[in-house]
Design a protein around this ligand. Structure first.
Ligand SMILES: [Zn+2]
Ligand SMILES: [Zn+2]
Length: 403
């Protein structure tokens, strides 16, 4: 019988031994923000740390230059720890992905230290372009999650939350086509593509009253005409459609499209649209895994809280797509006061500061301990898999990383 507590004390000690390296990596990534698919510096920093720690590292994994895989262990249950490291345009690491990356690397290094004796395999997956681009979805298509039994990561936030409450999302690009005319001399000869876009916008605004309270619709005009004295013959808009489930998203997309097309019809214009791939799925949280993580996070002195349904909506993530093909969790770890939102300048400071550093260490320890549970606690992985199978049977998890 394996002494789980003693094993977790050892994985904690491995994290502590690597703390300086992990925090240095976190600070270096934070100081040099890179956009999705261009995270070459972060990729090199992380693969360097993982290689030095003795993991078997593949750089540029699964067809993406800035993705990586780092493995340890020989067979047995395979648990993936996911690392994100892309930043946002202009404001940099306002989502704190430097913390996700280095907590994930720390967890993988600590789990690797006990992988062989516990008979498990740990895989750190470096997943580019979470903030749009969907690196995890592209990696899934290349087989990154084949043979993976469960996947986990932590994301910084203003609270220690059990789940992210991520919505399924798809973006649509809409173009309206009208007929140009002199706006004063011959308006009767024109068909106004801006009217079409505005009417489409108002239709969606009206639709908002009759959708679920946890669904979200938001759009902007990206092209609205060139001169006020010319009837615009071409306008463009970008819309985001979000729903708590993939099934709900499919239905809502049809209703939004009908609104936008009705705007074109009313203005005597035509409309074409392109749904942007990949769409992000909702997050299907694995409750038995959350409970293990909750107990393990408590070992660091933190208390994981369950968000009430509305307050828990943070946005969308490509980890959602992963959760449709494998048992997964996406807890949030506190690095800032609750009133400081991610994607703000204030959050950048916390992500690179003392609070961010503590989240790297505590997140790494709690995740490594959760991997230990999945490998060595009798029945734990079976319970996790049964919950995932149940989500599949109910259709909450689709079994596909693409929508
Ligand atoms: Zn973000
Ligand atoms: Zn993020």
């Amino acid at each position: 019988m394996i002494d789980l507590d003693a094993t977790k004390d050892r994985t904690d000690a491995v994290v502590d031994d690597h703390a300086e390296l992990l925090l240095d990596a976190s600070h270096r990534i934070h100081a040099r923000p890179e956009l999705g698919f261009a995270e070459h510096h972060a990729h090199d920093v992380l693969t360097g740390v993982l290689t030095d720690a003795g993991l078997d590292v593949t750089t540029g994994a699964y067809g993406l230059d800035t993705a990586f895989e780092a493995r340890a262990g020989n067979g047995g249950p395979t648990i993936a720890v996911l690392c994100e490291y892309d930043a946002l345009p202009v404001i940099g690491h306002a989502c704190g992905h430097n913390i996700i990356a280095t907590a994930g690397a720390g967890a993988a290094i600590a789990a690797a230290a006990v992988a062989e004796e516990l008979g498990g395999t740990v895989v750190a997956l470096g997943t580019p372009a979470e903030e749009g681009g969907g690196g995890k979805i592209l990696m899934a298509a290349e087989g990154a999650f084949e043979g993976v039994d469960a996947a986990l990561m932590v994301h910084p936030a203003g609270l220690d939350l059990a789940r992210i409450g991520a919505l399924a999302i798809q973006q649509v690009e809409v173009t309206y086509h009208g007929k140009a005319a002199h706006a004063a001399a011959a308006p009767q000869a024109g068909r106004n593509a801006l009217d079409a876009a505005v009417l489409g916008y108002l239709n969606v605004a009206t639709l908002r009253q009759h959708i679920r309270p946890d669904e979200r619709l938001h759009g902007i005009f990206t092209r609205a005409g060139d001169a006020a004295n010319v009837v615009p013959d071409r306008t463009e808009a970008t819309w985001y459609v979000r729903s708590p489930t993939v099934r709900g998203l499919t239905k809502l997309k049809d209703r939004v499209l009908a609104c936008l097309e009705a705007g074109a019809a009313a203005a005597g214009c035509t409309m074409d649209h392109v749904w942007i791939e990949p769409a992000f799925a909702d997050m299907v949280d694995n409750d038995p895994m959350i409970e293990r993580y909750r107990a393990n996070l408590a070992r660091t002195g933190r208390t994981l809280v369950d968000p009430d349904s509305m307050a828990g909506i943070v946005g969308s993530t490509d980890m959602g797509n992963v959760s449709h093909i494998v048992a997964a969790i996406h807890p949030m770890i506190a690095v800032s006061p609750p009133n400081v939102a991610i994607h703000t300048k204030d959050f950048v400071r916390y992500a690179g500061g003392r609070e961010g550093d503590q989240a790297v260490i505590d997140g790494a320890k709690a995740m490594a301990a959760t991997v230990v549970d999945l490998w060595a606690e009798p029945g734990a992985l079976e319970e996790v898999q049964a919950a995932f199978d149940g989500a599949r049977a109910e259709g909450r998890a689709t079994g596909s990383a693409t929508i």
